[in-house]
Design a protein around this ligand. Sequence first.
Ligand SMILES: NC(=O)c1ccc[n+]([C@@H]2O[C@H](COP(=O)([O-])OP(=O)(O)OC[C@H]3O[C@@H](n4cnc5c(N)ncnc54)[C@H](OP(=O)(O)O)[C@@H]3O)[C@@H](O)[C@H]2O)c1
Length: 366
Amino acid sequence: MDTLDFLVRKDQLSRTELRTVPAPALDAGQVRLRVDKFALTANNITYAAFGDAMSYWGFYPAEDGWGRIPAWGFADVIESRCSGISLGERFYGYYPMSSAVVLQPIRLSTAGFSDGAAHRAALHAVYNSYLRCSSDPFHTAQTEDQQALLRPLFITSWLIDDFLADNNFFGANDTGDAIVLLSSASSKTAWGTAFMLAQRKGIEVVGLTSAANVEFCKSLGCYHRVLDYGRLEQVAADAACIYVDFSGNAALRKDIHTRFANLKYSSSIGGTHIDRLGSARDLPGPRATLFFAPAQIKKRSGEWGADLLGQRLLQAWQAFLGTLGKPGQPWLVVKRHQGPQAVSAAYADVLAGRGDPRLGHILALN
Ligand SMILES: NC(=O)c1ccc[n+]([C@@H]2O[C@H](COP(=O)([O-])OP(=O)(O)OC[C@H]3O[C@@H](n4cnc5c(N)ncnc54)[C@H](OP(=O)(O)O)[C@@H]3O)[C@@H](O)[C@H]2O)c1
């Protein structure tokens, strides 16, 4: 049996290769899973763009300057030398863009396991854990595509909203409504953040996006205002505001820091504008601060306990998921890409930022 890997050149993300390698025999304690499907969004491209700086290449190493981009999805156990993991079991987690993967389960529980591979020991635990679909409260068979596409992003969205509220919006709403500006407002992570923020009082949620995506953002129903990137002057220069940056666009960040004298906080979340990334040094106003989701999870787990945090996340997730299918609400349109050539083509499109933000791409190499 062979394994098919989708490889990306680390220093040139547009160069890809499909490589077939013989599947290694399992060692004692290991399992082999067939990767059934995974989601591909700008988030995965960011994993690659920051692959070295933030160790994303470290999860599934490849050789000679090539990398395997991690992706969230579902996989089934097709071979097991690990007691406690049965053939046919299905797990949600962080997989390579490959047809199959070998993992080394440790810390087994009814909820799932962690991959104990030595090369992953120093990487963040949240990416090393695999959840049994049979006991995962987030899992329903009918919503697997939505889970692969939105769940990891929505959890970040929820944490951003919680982090801002936890910090009293950095004083931005002390004397009136605070404005929260979100770039790449058409991204799924910004959408989830806007969904959460819009439920709070005293916050005006302003989406910034490309001209082509303005109508889509308006249709989401959770932005109070949507502006294209060239219309910043429509927000008063003295407004008390917070910038939540999903685009990583250095020029836009500079414009925002320069225009808004009352910018209370600047949070760097992502880098969708992959060809416009740049240094955040020497900006007027507050320091652009990288948002580190695991830190907020750790804080809330400590304060509330893991169970209560899990319940709150689940409740918010179910509410968010509920909006996808309501009449008048924007459906997330799932588009499937099955097989090696289709996966390569979908990757090229997502890398180029082409396409309709309504689409959610679900890929499979098998
Ligand atoms: N820090 C964290 O823990 C964390 C967690 C989750 C996500 N994120 C980050 O949040 C960002 C959004 O991720 P997502 O998966 O939600 O994105 P997504 O839904 O795939 O976003 C699509 C949108 O991103 C913009 N875009 C994508 N590719 C582009 C390109 N090549 N050139 C210009 N614009 C492009 C466009 O938005 P506009 O036209 O509106 O700009 C597009 O509509 C990513 O950078 C991701 O890494 C960070």
